[in-house]
Write a protein that binds this ligand. Structure first.
Ligand code: TTP
Ligand code: MG
Ligand code: MG
Length: 357
């Protein structure tokens, strides 16, 4: 039996702000763009639960948040500080994991199948994790426990705020199938809209459809949606090894869904990476693409080749393949990263092209 948990921090950016300014604790706190007395552009990154009572939420135009609660405390995004707090939390969580995978600045999946023999041990473990995070960082979190990542993630949503929710394998289908489609993990806004237009209203409708029909609509991604709707998710909690690697990241000035822009950024980073690996006399066999969405969710996808390469064309080609395989245009992208690993020394042997070039 697999036991997977998703630990997600509560109102993370705003909780970090409350931590360093305790006087904010019972006030509505909104972190995001400058509201400029209602004329500001940009969006709310997040807000504390006091502010949520006024209808304010992540992604909402900051001008609207201002209209809803002009005397809320509006604060700018201090990404470096949140990264620091995130690192502290992640170190603690790692200590409780058989396998660990960070999925966003404020959340991580862990596989605890080895150390939790049954669900009641898993619950005890979750309580200890929550307590240790609270004691060592002062930050609240919620934890979802389930038989796979999909259920753990959705259980965590249901546990919020400041809670723990366990969904056993035998309860999983019922748990997700009465939810509206946009709540299904792995399904973003655009995909949800297409599904609704095709007459699907709940997750159950999708589950009772056929994988063929969904594949007609979405290609191989459709098969995945079908599995998710049936509470099936075989994906592993992927350890991100601290392997020696070389990479670059690009944060867009404005969050984007323009894949051409992303490709341009990939090409530029690929050239920089090529220059760096060549200067060190290295070649790679694995390329990893990182996408950080506007909502700070992070996705790492890797692909390997069975030879050693070093050209920017090869890096860009593989990274673009990953982009098209995994990006469905559902979310705005904030940051793209490319990383090569599986590095080996070129043993004095130069390739023909390098003699000619
Ligand atoms: P979330 O975990 O989605 O949200 P949250 O931690 O603020 O609140 P919750 O208690 O519901 O988990 O996102 C983590 C951080 O990522 C969030 O604090 C701010 C940032 N973020 C954005 O900047 N924009 C967004 O649209 C979202 C959803 C999050
Ligand atoms: Mg959170
Ligand atoms: Mg999160």
């Amino acid at each position: 039996m697999r036991v997977i948990m998703l630990i997600d921090m509560d109102y993370f950016f705003a909780a970090c702000e409350e931590l360093r300014r305790p006087e904010l604790k019972n006030k509505p706190v909104v972190v995001g763009a400058d509201p400029k007395k209602g004329k500001g552009r940009g969006v709310v990154s997040t807000c504390n639960y006091v502010a949520r009572k006024y209808g304010i939420h992540s992604g909402m135009p900051i001008s609207m948040a201002y209209r809803l609660k002009p005397d809320a405390v509006f604060l700018p995004v201090d990404e470096d500080y949140y990264e620091q707090m995130s690192n502290k939390v992640m170190e603690i969580v790692k200590g409780f994991a058989d396998r660990f995978e960070q999925a966003s600045i404020d959340e991580a999946f862990i596989d605890v199948s080895q150390r939790a023999k049954d669900y009641s041990e898993a619950l005890e473990l979750a309580k200890r994790i929550k307590q240790e995070i609270a004691e060592k960082t002062g930050l609240p979190c919620s934890i979802g426990i389930g038989p796979n990542k999909l259920i753990a993630k959705m259980a965590c949503e249901a546990a919020k705020p400041n809670g723990i929710k366990l969904v056993k394998e035998e309860e999983a289908k019922e748990f997700i199938q009465n939810m509206p489609i946009e709540k299904l993990y792995g399904v973003g806004k655009k995909t949800a809209e297409k599904l609704k237009q095709a007459g699907f209203a709940t997750v159950k409708d999708v589950a009772n459809s056929s994988p063929m029909k969904l594949m007609d609509m979405f290609g191989s991604y459709g098969a995945e949606i079908y599995k998710y709707a049936n509470a099936i998710d075989d994906s592993e909690v992927e350890e991100s090894y601290e392997v020696k690697s070389i990479g670059r990241e690009t944060t867009f000035e404005k969050d984007t869904e323009d894949t051409e822009k992303m490709e341009k950024a990939i090409e530029k980073m690929a050239q920089e990476i090529e220059a760096e690996i060549k200067s060190q006399g290295l070649a790679f066999s694995t390329v990893t693409l990182k996408l950080r969405f506007a909502n700070f969710d992070e996705h790492l996808k890797s692909t390997s080749i069975n030879y050693a390469a070093s050209s920017s064309e090869e890096i860009a080609k593989l990274a673009k393949q990953l982009l098209h395989e995994y990006y469905h245009g559902d979310e705005l992208v904030r940051k793209v990263g490319v990383r090569v690993s599986g590095l080996k020394k070129f043993k004095g042997q130069k390739r023909l092209s390098e003699f000619i070039g």
